[in-house]
Design a protein around this ligand. Structure first.
Ligand code: AMP
Length: 210
C-alpha cells in the first residue's frame, strides 16, 4: 500500500506514520528527517536546505523531488511506503505522478491552528534517530531519552513559536491545496486529530480500510 499522510506541522502525522509503518511492515519516509540528517552531516544538500528549514520555509521543489526519487528507488519500498511530509506542494504531487508512483490513499490529519501552537511547544524529537515524542501525549518511558535508540530528546529549532506561525502560513498556502488535488482523484480521507495518539491511529486505520 502506498500512502501519503497530510496535515499541518504538529498535527501528528509523523507519529501516526511511525505507528502505521510497523503495522503494515512498510517504510515510513519523512523528507523532514532526511533533510535534518543531511544538515547534521553537513552534506551539500544539508547546506542548501538549512536556511529554509530554520525559517519555516519549504526547501525548493527540485531538491525534495530529487530526494524522494532516490529514496523510492530503494528495495524496501517495493511493497509500499508511507510518505510523511511529501508532497507539500502541487508540483511535488505532480512529480510523483510523473514518476509513475501510484498512491492508494491520502489521509489528512486535521487539527485547528490554535491547538497546533500549544502542541508544538511540547514536541520533542530524538537527536539520534528522529523518532518523535510529546511531553503530554506521547511520553518516553524515561524523561529526555528515546525509547527506540536511547538518544537524547531535544526540541527542534523550527518548533519555536515564531517559526511555527510561519510554518502554518506556508502549510495553508502551499500544502493545503493538495487536499483538493487528491480529493479530485478520489483518494483523500480526512481524519480529525484526537487528543490521544491511539484514538487518531484508530481513525486513521479505519480511513485506510474504507
Ligand atoms: P517536517 O519535519 O516534515 O515538518 O519538515 C521540516 C522542514 O523540512 C520543513 O519545514 C521544510 O523546510 C523541509 N521540508 C520537509 N519536507 C519538505 C517538502 N516535501 N518540501 C519542501 N520542504 C520540505
Amino acid at each position: 500500500m502506498n500512502l501519503i499522510l497530510l496535515g499541518a506541522p504538529g498535527a501528528g502525522k509523523g507519529t501516526q506514520a511511525e505507528i502505521i509503518c510497523e503495522q503494515f511492515s512498510i517504510p515510513s519516509i519523512s523528507t523532514g528527517n532526511i533533510i535534518r540528517e543531511s544538515v547534521k552531516n553537513g552534506t551539500e544538500l544539508g547546506l542548501k536546505a538549512k536556511s529554509y528549514m530554520d525559517s519555516g520555509e519549504l526547501v525548493p521543489d527540485a531538491v525534495v523531488i530529487g530526494i524522494i526519487k532516490e529514496r523510492l528507488a530503494q528495495d524496501d519500498c517495493q511493497n509500499g511506503f508511507i510518505l510523511d511530509g511529501f508532497p507539500r506542494t502541487i508540483p511535488q504531487a505532480e512529480a510523483l505522478d510523473q514518476m509513475g508512483v501510484v498512491i492508494d490513499r491520502v489521509v489528512s490529519i486535521e487539527v485547528a491552528d490554535e491547538k497546533i501552537a500549544a502542541r508544538m511547544s511540547g514536541r520533542r524529537v530524538c537527536s539520534k534517530c528522529g523518532a518523535s515524542y510529546h511531553l503530554e501525549y506521547k511520553k518516553p518511558a524515561k524523561d529526555g531519552v528515546c525509547d527506540a535508540c536511547g538518544g537524547e530528546l531535544i526540541q527542534r529549532k523550527d518548533d519555536a513559536p515564531e517559526t511555527v506561525i510561519e510554518r502554518l502560513r506556508v502549510y495553508h498556502e502551499q500544502t493545503e491545496p493538495l487536499k483538493d488535488y487528491y480529493e479530485k482523484a478520489g483518494k483523500l480521507r480526512l481524519v480529525e486529530g484526537q487528543e490521544q495518539v491511539a484514538d487518531t491511529t484508530a481513525l486513521t486505520l479505519a480511513a485506510l480500510k474504507d
